[in-house]
Ligand binder design. Structure first.
Ligand code: G6P
Length: 624
């Protein structure tokens, strides 16, 4: 949550920062701000609302427009820090937006995270006469740094380091000080920070998206590390003052991946990217002719995978639903008991972990605070951790013993789509790998499953053909206040995910339920006004689903059914039907997800909702 970006070098800092904020806006969008340090003068601009509002506000500054100021003052080294916020401490407002300044205005700071002991520090500072203008924990940190800098008479980087020794919590911070205009300080625990290394210039951001336009050389800071970028040089050390060698990597992210490419929203672009993203997540990992799966990322730890007596999947949100879907095929094909847990629940219990347990953490961003904390807990208790992440170099991917990336490419829309199906693809490969190594699937069966898997991108293309029918359903139900989504077996996690998509972006209340549970509660909601969406493909649960559809029909409910192409029986019962191509049970998620995502998208679009940035949500939830 919250995006931070910083720049120091000879470019016009304002342009780099505002563009960086636009790229990071998926992380939070209730307020934004920029501080530019220019010849010892801070220009600070902050606005409640989205980055576009901040941009308008700054660009209407007349003679005070930052690029004009630079020109006028003849500034050589240009630096600035910026922030896009998802509020935790203090409501979204201009005053609570970052950057936060210290009392004297000497120090500016942006912060992603939470300082847990900010109240005791604030009390201590108030006794010393410090005044606070905002409700944020960040302003407390700005003043703590100022207090230490003044009293200990140390440089800004040392003041930051000493201040951080007093802080409890999670953070990625960027700090500028008026009297050291050639320096920018960055530090992190828990929240991500990436440094871009250019030619005599440096970029810092919450992820690599604001950086790749300028350089492909990046450094991912580790927890408890800080970097001082000073006079064109970079020094990394820990907050305990141990020097570290910078490890510079090359990022493969491409700029086109960060643009909408002609689509009105990132979400729609990402839905239509799925044939590619599923294909990329499998590429080089399967050989259908030979019936083999090769998974480089887990090769060295494969014994742990094969010895596992139990698999524990930890995740949040949509990634949790991917885990739930995987439970069905893991248990069916590997016979290993598989439990799926919300990371946020797992970590606050006292979970029992055995030596032969394998934990699989699923996270698109690789930064979700609860998943990260749950993984740390499981690791401490001796479990082997495999990560499935989309963001290369992310915290979970680094903390895991082994893992696999989903090669979905950057997912910008807050509602997850292509990451979900890519996660299912990678989980399926892991499952097939175990089943084949344990000789639970013979060659013939492996060849058959892998051949079907190889064809999935084409089947997903075919699922797009139902878009016209989906648009009609969207039009009909755009003003509905409630929805029930029902599925059984492999369809159940998809019903949960479909309902989540609708809730997230259209703000319609939607419940996902196991269709067998319908008679234990949800059926009481069914009346003439209640649309019930069934995942009614012709799989192993088909007959039972048909019975459930009849039960809804008998109570005058309106049925929308996702059916297998050509299935006239389900079509007759349903009021509206949406066809998907036939697949085996285990592959249902790839095809059935498409109409679920498109239906949510088109309803939200007809309701005029802010699809890529739904209210109150953020893509990367780095608070617990
Ligand atoms: C947020 C996002 C969801 C996502 C969840 C887990 O709530 O809005 O789309 O599924 O976090 O994120 P992760 O990055 O761990 O998959």
């Amino acid at each position: 949550m919250c995006g931070i970006v910083g720049y120091i070098g000879k470019r016009e800092a304002y342009a780099v920062l505002i563009k960086g904020l636009e790229r990071l806006e998926y992380r939070g969008y209730d307020s934004a701000g920029i501080a530019l340090l220019d010849k010892g003068v801070f220009s600070v601009y902050k606005k409640k609302g989205k980055v576009a509002e901040l941009k308008n506000f700054i660009e209407q500054q007349g003679k005070k427009f930052p690029p004009l100021l630079y020109k006028e003052r003849g500034q050589e080294v240009r630096s600035g820090i910026a922030h896009t916020r998802w509020a935790t401490h203090g409501a979204p407002s201009d005053k609570n937006a970052h950057p936060q300044l210290s009392n004297s205005g000497e120090i500016a700071i942006v912060h992603n995270g939470i300082i847990e002991n900010y109240l005791s520090i604030k009390e201590m500072l108030m006794k010393k006469g410090y005044k606070f203008k905002s409700d944020t924990d960040t302003e407390v940190l700005a003043n703590l740094i100022e207090d230490i800098k003044k009293n200990a008479k140390v440089s800004i980087d040392e003041a930051v380091r000493l201040a951080l020794l007093e802080v409890v919590g999670a953070y990625a911070i960027l700090v500028l000080s008026k009297d050291e205009p050639d320096t920018i300080v960055v530090a992190k625990i828990g929240s991500p920070a990436v440094i871009g290394v250019g030619d005599n210039e440096f970029f810092v951001a919450s992820d690599a998206t604001p950086i790749i336009e300028y350089t492909d050389k990046v450094i991912y800071l580790e927890d408890r590390e800080m970097a001082m970028i000073k006079g064109g040089a970079l020094v990394i050390k820990t907050i305990d003052n141990e020097t570290r060698n910078p490890y510079i990597q090359k990022t493969k992210m491409k700029i086109e991946e960060l643009e909408k490419g002609g689509f009105p929203h990132f979400m729609l672009k990402e839905i239509f990217e799925q044939p590619r993203s599923i294909g990329d997540s499998m590429r080089g990992r399967i050989n259908a002719n030979e019936g083999t799966v090769k998974l480089g990322g887990i090769e060295k730890d494969k014994e742990k995978l094969l010895d596992a007596k139990r698999i524990i999947i930890l995740a949040c949100g949509t990634s949790f639903h991917a885990g739930l879907e995987a439970k069905y095929f893991f248990e069916e094909l590997t016979k290993v008991p598989t439990v799926v847990e919300y990371a946020s629940e797992f970590r606050y219990r006292n979970p029992v972990i055995y030596e032969n347990d394998l934990v699989i953490a699923i996270s698109q961003s690789g930064e979700t605070a609860d998943t990260l904390a749950a993984v740390k807990l499981a690791k401490e208790k001796g479990a082997t951790i495999f990560g499935i992440c989309n963001v290369v170099g992310s915290s979970i991917s680094r903390i895991a013993h082994a893992g696999l990336y989903t090669h979905a490419g950057p997912e910008i829309g807050v509602a997850s789509t292509k990451a979900f199906t890519a996660q299912i693809a990678v989980l399926m490969l892991m499952c097939l790998f175990i089943a084949s190594e344990k000789k639970l699937l013979n060659k013939k069966k492996m060849i058959a499953i892998l051949t079907e898997l190889e064809n999935i991108p084409k089947k997903v293309e075919q699922a797009f053909l139902a878009e016209a029918a989906i648009k009609k359903v969207a039009k009909k139900f755009k003003n509905t206040e409630n929805f029930i989504y029902l599925g059984r077996g492999y369809g159940f996690p998809l019903a949960l995910e479909g309902a989540l998509k609708l809730k997230e972006i259209s703000y319609i209340h939607a419940e996902g339920y196991a269709s067998g549970e319908m008679k234990h509660g949800p059926i009481a909601l069914v009346d003439d006004n209640m649309p019930v969406l069934f995942i009614a493909n012709k799989g192993s649960s088909y007959e039972k689903i048909i019975s459930n559809m009849m039960e809804v029909k008998a109570r005058n409910g309106t049925i929308i059914a996702i059916i297998t192409k050509g299935d006239t029986r389900a079509k007759k019962i349903a009021d509206y039907s949406i066809e998907i191509p036939e697949t085996s049970d285990i592959m249902l998620a790839f095809t059935a997800s498409i109409p679920l995502q498109l239906l949510a998208y088109h309803i939200a679009s007809l309701r005029g909702c802010g699809i890529d940035k739904p209210r109150n949500l953020a893509k990367s939830v780095t608070v617990e």
